[in-house]
Ligand binder design. Structure first.
Ligand code: SF4
Length: 280
């Protein structure tokens, strides 16, 4: 069986940058904490924990300690609270996410803001937390309840960096019928666009597709959804341990796409295990 790894498979720029920042701070004389998971991947989180970087779920007093803000960013109040609690902040927020903050703040001066994104996702909370007024978050067309949008005569729509173009278009088509002066400012990240373009060919060109990434990774979920809609033999796994031999019965090729927060070691492990179980 031929194994085809997508060209855009694996870490994006923002994730790589955040991990490099963490590694550069590990082993210093000050305790280093991350609020939540630095990126949505358990292997990365474990590796950094092995280097002595501690995870914190809520900000405790931390005089003299370093707090790393994760790649997805954080609301403004988190920065304020961390400073007031004595931390030196090292901001690993992806610069592309910060661009979204700036766009959202600028647009908010003239329009109500709607975010197309996953409710409760760290990045969406971070974007919302930069704004003066609470924005409306819409994750899918079924979240749109016309009676709740009656107050909007116009609105500026921004998107979580990892949204799919299909979801954005479907939501916008519905919103345009309800909010007359609505305008989309597509803030999807270029890495996401490239990955989503490639995942539209991988399922056509391969008998089986493997999507690699943790269950909490929004961009991995999106890649899985697109691939699965085109090829039912698409499987989403976190590591080689989840591979099942019967998925590859009669398959001549397997395409692999790793999410933007999935380390190369995971892909390597999957390829090695695949070669063993399929004899390829
Ligand atoms: S997907 Fe894009 S915006 Fe998100 S962390 Fe990666 S490079 Fe940054």
């Amino acid at each position: 069986m031929k194994i085809n790894i997508a060209r855009s498979s694996g870490f994006c720029f923002g994730v790589r940058r955040a991990i490099n920042l963490c590694e550069s701070l590990a082993g210093g004389d000050k305790p280093v904490y991350v609020l939540g998971d630095i990126v949505h991947n358990s292997f990365v989180v474990e590796k950094l924990s092995g280097l002595g970087i501690r995870k914190m779920n809520r900000i405790a007093p931390g005089k003299g300690s370093i707090l790393i803000i994760r790649a997805h960013g954080a609301p403004k109040r988190t920065f304020d609270k961390a400073r007031a609690s004595g931390y030196k902040i090292v901001d690993a927020t992806c610069p592309k996410v910060k661009d979204i903050y700036a766009i959202a703040r600028r647009l908010e001066k003239k329009h109500p803001i709607i975010i197309i994104g996953d409710k409760g996702h760290d990045e969406v909370k971070g974007i919302a937390g930069q704004l003066v007024k609470r924005p409306l978050v819409i994750g899918s067309p079924s979240d749109i309840i016309p009676s709740r949008l009656g107050r909007f005569r116009n609105a500026a729509v921004i998107t979580q960096s990892t949204q799919s173009s299909e979801n954005i278009m479907e939501i916008m088509a519905k919103l345009k019928n309800i909010v007359p002066g609505i305008k989309l400012h597509d803030t999807t990240c270029k890495t996401t666009v490239v990955k989503q373009q490639e995942i539209r060919t991988l399922p056509r060109e391969n008998d089986v597709v493997l999507i690699l990434g943790s269950p909490t990774s929004a961009n991995t979920k999106r890649l899985y959804q697109i691939s699965r809609s085109m090829n039912k033999k698409t499987h989403w796994i976190g590591s080689a341990a989840e591979l099942e031999k019967n998925w590859f019965k009669g398959a001549r090729s397997c395409g692999i796409m790793a999410g933007a927060s999935t380390p190369d070691e995971v892909t390597k492990g999957v390829v090695e295990e695949l070669s063993k179980i399929t004899g390829s």
